[in-house]
Design a protein around this ligand. Structure first.
Ligand SMILES: [Fe+2]
Ligand SMILES: [Fe+2]
Length: 138
């Protein structure tokens, strides 16, 4: 697996969220690169914290906009956000444990981040595109 790059088919057509998603893809790609260059163990803590921070503020932004416009899938969507944050925190705890096979977990985290982000954008985030567009938000 080489990395993760932004593709136009990931667009939600809500400009601010597409920019944030592009930034998230780039952050996760940094993680891919670090693993390829055998720097995974050195950067995992700080990079995961960075990804978690950015993700949390992105989720808060989406949720705020959903509440403001009474988006009908708000609760289901928010549950997915909460699960993602809990999973990343779980990985952080696992990394902090003694005797963890770090090499193995680095790859598990990498695959989780890629699969989760792309799945969430395509399956959930893209559903709000037409809704917000109809409200004049592009
Ligand atoms: Fe979302
Ligand atoms: Fe999103």
């Amino acid at each position: 697996m080489i990395g993760i790059t932004w593709k136009d088919c990931y667009a939600t057509h809500v400009g601010c969220f597409d920019s944030e998603h592009q930034h998230l893809v780039a952050l996760i790609d940094q993680y891919f690169r670090a693993i390829r260059e055998n720097r995974g163990e050195q950067v995992v803590d700080s990079l995961l914290e960075k990804i978690l921070d950015y993700t949390a503020s992105h989720f808060a932004h989406e949720e705020k906009m959903m509440r403001e416009h009474t988006y009908p899938r708000y609760h289901a969507h928010r549950q997915e956000h909460l699960k993602m944050i809990a999973s990343v925190k779980g990985f952080q705890s696992l990394l902090a444990e003694d005797g963890t096979d770090t090499g193995e977990i680095l790859l598990t985290i990498r695959n989780f981040l890629r699969d989760w982000l792309l799945h969430h954008i395509v399956e959930e985030d893209q559903k709000y595109g037409p809704f917000f567009n109809q409200k004049g938000i592009c």
